[in-house]
Design a protein around this ligand. Structure first.
Ligand SMILES: [Zn+2]
Length: 240
């Protein structure tokens, strides 16, 4: 191979590498309602969503939606005994100071205060006043998990829930033929998800015995804080 062809081959390879690893463009100035950062957000969600993650507090869209809800209903969590599953660091810094008692839980050891399997909670009945459960149900047997949340909550207790959801689907997408990690990533959006929720998430939560309300940000709040349009926080309450 001639020196010239090596030169051009090197040019092509370096151009490919530059294109492959070029940072995503900074799109818009946003305002983080958790840490006060003003400026462009970076990629989030395993790097698949640009304009998603606050570079200062690491919050993503659903964390900032949670903060909007909390600003409107702080009494829901103030002075409560709270259990936070798969804790998001930016939410921990918000909720811990409000709570009377605040514990985090994760199925993986070393990530939280308690190692707990949400399908079989080793906690007494009616022992927790509020649960925060963001993007957990799509990983697990949700009927078991919702049953366990209902069991450990006191009467009147709240479960604040979010999941990836396609509101245009009346039924959640589950597919027993989808088994491998690669298939799950393709069908359900992430290697360890077992379904993609549709609007029937509400029926599943109510079937667990809860009453339910939705919380969605306004269009202007979504623009200001870089939220996913129409993203919903589900506020489930065990009857008092
Ligand atoms: Zn922030």
């Amino acid at each position: 191979m001639t020196q010239a062809s090596w030169y051009w081959r090197a040019r092509v390879v370096s151009a490919y590498i530059a294109a492959r690893f070029r940072p995503l463009p900074k799109l818009h100035d946003r305002q983080c309602n958790i840490c006060g950062f003003h400026g462009p957000f970076g990629p989030g969600g395993k790097g698949t969503r640009n304009d998603a993650r606050c570079p200062r507090c690491r919050s993503v869209e659903r964390d900032r939606l949670f903060k909007l809800w909390l600003d409107k209903e702080p009494q829901s969590l103030e002075q409560k005994d709270i259990l936070h599953f798969a804790p998001e660091r930016s939410l921990t810094s918000l909720v811990r100071p409000l709570a009377r008692r605040y514990r985090t839980a994760d199925i993986a050891p070393g990530r939280a205060d308690l190692v707990l399997n949400i399908e079989r909670l080793e906690l007494p009945p009616a022992s927790v006043e509020a649960v925060i459960c963001a993007h957990v149900l799509e990983h697990v047997d949700d009927a078991k998990a919702l049953g366990e949340l209902y069991r450990i909550l006191v009467p009147g207790g709240l479960a604040v829930i979010s999941v990836p959801i396609v509101e245009g689907w009346s039924a959640s997408y589950e597919n027993p033929a989808v088994i491998t990690a690669q298939e799950r990533a393709l069908h359900f959006g992430q290697w360890d998800h077992v379904r993609y929720y549709g609007a029937d998430l509400r029926d599943r939560i109510r079937a667990g015995g809860f009453s339910l309300r939705d919380f969605t940000a306004s269009p202007s709040e979504g623009v200001r804080h870089g939220l996913i349009r129409g993203d919903t926080l589900f506020i489930a309450q065990k009857p008092g």
